[in-house]
Ligand binder design. Structure first.
Ligand code: NAP
Length: 262
């Protein structure tokens, strides 16, 4: 890893990047010449695997373990990034979890965890990033939401609430930070092939295909390509906007029942 003085690349922090969409975003941004910081919470071997892939492709990467719901861990992570590189150009708030179940049966613990990782953590990380970016007078924050905030999903009240919160968060923050040269945008993916959706039943998957005009799920790379476009200037004219990447599913009125998921 180069010292601070030698950094001639843009620096991107991707939260929840040991697997799935975050891993793909890191790989794409590294291929595009950025130095990427791979954040994860528990899965050190997967984070190491992400690092190995990026380095094998000639990219520069740093792994940072931190629970993004923990204010002390988040502050330490940003402090270390600032100390090492002196800057942060892009924050991709990607870390996310689901904990589905019927609302009446759901617990406060489930609610707190899902709101914590999907929404509260975005507040914590964006605040730290905004302070660094404001001093640079430039930066881009990309929030990864979900189509579940748009298409009603029974069994996902907690997740839908958290992801819907990201819409308002993004719009308001984008207006506030634009005068400081920072752009904030929001991506709402539909179903994407990752560990998060790997648990769904064959019947449920077939039903979602039927309800998606594209007749398939998205791939992590399709989200990563949009992130690349946005951090390379795209977010400037689309400041505060959201992008639905769901193969047209959000345009359909009927939704499949959550009870068929498992
Ligand atoms: P995934 O494969 O389950 O990976 C989740 C990632 O988040 C992992 O890297 C995990 O780290 C990390 N993470 C979880 N809790 C964390 C915490 N407290 N602190 C730091 N990192 C944490 O998920 P994915 O499918 O790639 O989803 C990525 C984002 O896209 C999420 O925000 C998700 O809500 C959103 N999304 C996904 C889909 C989909 O169909 N897959 C659809 C819509 C939106 P560890 O490996 O260490 O556990």
């Amino acid at each position: 890893m180069k010292s601070r003085k030698m950094i001639d690349k843009k620096v991107a922090l991707v939260t929840g990047a040991s697997r799935g969409i975050g891993k793909s975003i890191c790989r794409t941004l590294a291929q595009d010449g950025n130095l990427v910081v791979v954040n994860y919470v528990a899965n050190a071997s997967e984070a190491e695997h992400t690092k190995e892939i990026i380095e094998s492709e000639g990219g520069e990467v740093l792994i940072k373990q931190a629970d993004v719901t923990d204010i002390v861990a988040v502050k330490d992570m940003f402090k270390d990034i600032k100390k090492r590189f002196g800057r942060l150009d892009f924050l991709i708030n990607n870390a996310g979890v689901t904990d589905d179940g019927y609302f009446i049966m759901s617990t406060q613990k489930q609610w707190d965890r899902v709101i914590g990782v999907n929404l509260n953590a975005v507040f914590l990380c964006s605040k730290e990033a905004a302070m660094i970016m404001a001093s640079q007078r430039e930066g881009v924050i990309v929030n990864i939401g979900s189509g579940s905030a748009i298409v009603a999903q029974p069994g996902q009240v907690n997740y839908s609430a958290a992801k819907a919160g990201l819409f308002g968060f993004t719009r308001s923050l984008a207006r506030e930070l634009a005068p400081r040269g920072i752009n904030v945008v929001h991506i709402a993916p539909g179903f994407i092939e990752t560990d998060m959706t790997d648990i769904l039943s064959k019947n449920f998957i077939e039903e979602t295909f039927r309800l998606t005009p594209l007749n398939r799920w998205g791939k992590p790379q399709e989200i990563a390509s949009l992130v690349k476009y946005l951090v390379n200037g795209g977010a400037r004219c689309f400041n505060g906007q959201h992008f639905v990447v769901d193969g047209g599913r959000g345009s359909m009125e009927t939704e499949t029942g959550w009870q068929h998921k498992m």
